[in-house]
Design a protein around this ligand. Structure first.
Ligand SMILES: Cc1cc2nc3c(=O)[nH]c(=O)nc-3n(C[C@H](O)[C@H](O)[C@H](O)COP(=O)(O)OP(=O)(O)OC[C@H]3O[C@@H](n4cnc5c(N)ncnc54)[C@H](O)[C@@H]3O)c2cc1C
Ligand code: FES
Ligand code: FES
Length: 475
């Protein structure tokens, strides 16, 4: 899939490589988009990856005065877990929570989401409504662009081949501003938006002093709807103004038919989502449904950059490309596997076949492992990311004396296994959940397995096993 894989330790090193390799190179962050694009041949000519996930400090969310700055390694789960973002940029937190499943949110970055530039990508819609800018850095200097200047078409942005996105910045919502993001997908998790919408309103008393309304998945880029925004200005939220603003918003896009929806349904759902958001903002219920202490599956290790590398590492086909890593506490030093996913590396080179391949595209969770203590989909992690890292697979769950993990025991006791193909993935998600929440609620259990599919046992016994294992944790 690639020839050269560089794991850098600073932004400067990354910029030098981008300048050297130009259009042949891509930054790799969470790899949840890029790996699939490379596998599907969607990035012809790209043979060099520049992995920035070992650069300390890039996974920070900072609040200075009324400005929020998101670093290039801030993940969707970082946003969900950030009090500042939840309190002062709720639509963005809601969008992040709607992305994929915990294993995807633990690796997928906001920067990657913004740069992939799919009109269905969820964080772009609220960031656009919040008035965000992107800072692009290269050896030539730095420039800051607003979203209308950054986005140039379907999956096209103004990012030059030698540039790296180094920050996303936006004004936090003020005391008299409120907002909301809503998404319609074909299921509650792991769903690409059929339509999404963000609404941000500023108030003077009950009068709307400013409005920003953006719609996703209905045009080549995220769409802002000034007609509806201008209509709302100076008005209060009544049934009539809500109805009319939603009608105006739905009249703006010209969506397409595709496998997820017909154009007509998309248009109608624009109206419904905008009306719902406006009604929630009128009644002050826009935070309803926000998860209380959600399951993140990151245990105690919230940071993306947990194990900085002492120096940059180059894994290249024709050079010494040894991956030196630790799996289940055992050291491994493996050559000739740098061009694979972590899933294939574990199964074919380390020889641990407990981790399964169900879909190889992040959808089923059968490949769930812990990377530096955080649950991830191994099929979406490049194998060289394992260099200098700690990996835990399902073979590492039992105690050294062979005693089963309490969740493994509970799976046996409750009969939560039929064919067993999905079981390693469920065990890994569950073990991380129980580490994070020793006494999980039913909601937390359900959140923790949104990234794991079982096609034969069904979920009742699996949830029962989780509950039985949690009972063993005492009170
Ligand atoms: C199963 C599954 C479910 C998903 N569900 C959703 C969903 O519900 N909603 C949604 O919006 N998305 C979803 N996605 C898409 C994806 O997870 C997100 O877009 C994610 O945020 C991408 O971030 P990343 O860090 O993985 O990007 P990567 O794959 O690492 O990179 C994506 C692109 O951005 C570039 N890039 C990354 N960082 C930088 C940088 N700092 N500077 C310059 N270029 C950079 C890369 O070169 C690449 O071109 C899903 C993906 C999968 C596999
Ligand atoms: S999620 Fe990785 S194999 Fe399905
Ligand atoms: S037990 Fe067969 S897929 Fe889950």
């Amino acid at each position: 899939m690639w020839q050269n894989y560089y794991s850098v330790t600073s932004v400067e090193e990354a910029l030098e490589l981008l300048a050297q390799f130009g259009a042949r190179a891509r930054i790799v962050a969470g790899a949840t988009d890029l790996l699939l694009e490379l596998e599907r041949g969607g990035r012809a000519g790209v043979d060099t990856l520049v992995d920035i996930t070992r650069v300390p400090g890039l996974d920070q969310i900072t609040v200075r005065g009324d400005t929020i700055r998101i670093g290039p390694l801030v993940t969707h789960n970082h946003l969900v877990g950030s009090r500042a973002v939840v309190e002062r940029a709720l639509p963005l937190a809601q969008a992040a929570w709607s992305v994929g499943a915990p294993q995807i949110r633990n690796r997928g970055t906001v920067a990657g989401n913004v740069i992939t530039a799919s009109p269905a990508n969820d964080t772009i819609t609220p960031l656009w409504a919040l008035g965000a800018t992107v800072t692009l850095t290269s050896l030539r200097g730095e420039r800051t662009l607003d979203f209308p200047s950054f986005y140039q078409g379907v999956r096209r942005t103004a990012l030059a081949p030698d540039e790296m996105l180094t920050a996303i910045t936006f004004p936090a919502l003020g005391r008299h501003e409120r907002g909301m993001f809503l998404k319609l997908g074909l299921r509650n998790a792991q769903a690409i938006s059929v339509v999404n919408a963000a609404v941000v309103l500023g108030f003077e008393g009950e009068i709307i002093s400013r409005a920003a309304i953006t719609l996703g998945s209905v045009a080549p880029t995220i769409l802002r709807v000034p007609v509806a925004e201008q209509y709302l200005q100076g008005k209060t939220l009544t049934d009539e103004t809500i109805r009319e603003a939603a009608r105006l918003a739905a009249a703006a896009p010209t969506p397409i038919d595709d496998v997820r929806s017909g154009a007509g349904y998309r248009t109608e759902m624009c109206r419904v989502l905008v009306a719902r958001a406006l009604r929630a903002l009128r009644s002050g219920t826009e935070r309803a449904g926000w998860p209380d202490d959600p399951a993140m599956l990151w245990g105690a290790h919230r940071a993306t950059v947990r194990e900085p590398l002492p120096a940059a590492v180059r894994h290249e086909d024709d050079l010494g490309d040894t991956i030196v890593t630790t799996v289940n506490g055992e050291p491994y030093s493996i050559t000739g596997a740098s061009n694979k996913t972590l899933l294939r590396f574990l199964r074919e080179d380390v020889g641990l076949t407990g981790t399964k391949e169900g879909c190889a595209e992040g959808e089923c969770g059968a490949c769930t492992v812990f990377l530096d203590g955080v649950a991830v989909m191994a099929c979406l992690v490049p194998a060289p990311r394992a260099h200098g890292a700690q990996i835990t697979t399902v073979e590492g769950l039992a105690a050294e004396d062979g005693a089963l993990h309490p969740l493994q025991r509970a799976f046996v006791d409750t009969g939560a296994v039929q064919c067993g193909y999905c079981t390693p993935g469920f065990l890994m998600s569950g073990a991380k959940l129980l580490e994070e929440h020793p006494h999980p609620t039913r909601a937390q259990i359900e959140q923790s397995i949104t990234g794991n599919l079982c096609r034969c046992t069904g979920y009742y016994k699996i949830v029962q096993a989780f509950e039985q294992a949690a009972q063993g944790n005492g009170t």
